[in-house]
Design a protein around this ligand. Structure first.
Ligand SMILES: CC(C)(COP(=O)(O)OP(=O)(O)OC[C@H]1O[C@@H](n2cnc3c(N)ncnc32)[C@H](O)[C@@H]1OP(=O)(O)O)[C@@H](O)C(=O)NCCC(=O)NCCS
Length: 156
């Protein structure tokens, strides 16, 4: 496969708009496991800060921001963090999320961490990604009201 992602690094406010505007309502609703339809405009006005929350990393192709990952550490559980991902529709299924996961969670600082992600039960892409990622073994931690929470154990 061609090397699609040309760079990853800390995300700033200017990195949010381009990937959000390149996403369908479906992708945006999946990102926030929202029961209602989220348009790019709604996300940019009401949910923007969540795309910069915690450790926020952007993936770029040339100068274009195409994907965002957020890791928000759990204040109640040591070495536990919540994961959320968004990849622009036109570059999905080309390894962008895999690269972001590796960049954000592959470093020694995250060894021994538990990584949780909550997705709707009809989100085949995210479920497929979580089940096949290679950071560590994954288990289904909970299934409630149409939402699945997966937990990845990164080896110490
Ligand atoms: C889920 C999402 C982040 C995946 O990003 P991506 O860059 O397309 O993922 P990758 O290309 O790295 O895919 C890695 C693996 O995940 C699985 N996968 C990804 N998209 C899939 C799809 N549409 N259907 C089934 N499996 C899929 C596959 O196993 C894939 O490996 P393969 O292509 O070699 O078969 C992306 O679809 C997205 O942004 N969706 C909307 C937001 C969302 O659902 N976020 C999840 C909240 S945690």
């Amino acid at each position: 496969m061609e090397r699609l992602v040309t760079g990853s690094g800390p995300a700033s406010d200017g990195d949010v708009e381009t990937p959000v505007r390149a996403c369908s309502v479906r992708s945006l609703s999946d990102r926030f496991a929202a029961a209602h339809r989220l348009t790019p405009e709604a996300v940019l006005t009401r949910y923007r800060r969540w795309l910069l929350a915690g450790e926020a990393v952007v993936a770029r192709i040339e100068d274009r921001p195409v994907g965002l990952v957020n890791l928000v550490d759990d204040p109640l559980r040591p070495r536990a963090t919540d994961l959320a991902l968004l990849v622009a529709d036109d570059v999905q299924r080309r390894g962008v999320a895999t690269g972001l996961l590796h960049h954000a969670l592959g470093a020694p600082a995250r060894a021994g961490w538990a990584v949780r992600a909550t997705v709707r039960d009809d989100n085949r892409a995210a479920i497929g990604l979580l089940r096949t990622q290679r950071l560590g073994p994954v288990r289904l931690a909970s299934f409630e009201a149409g939402e699945l929470t997966y937990e990845i154990a990164i080896p110490a």
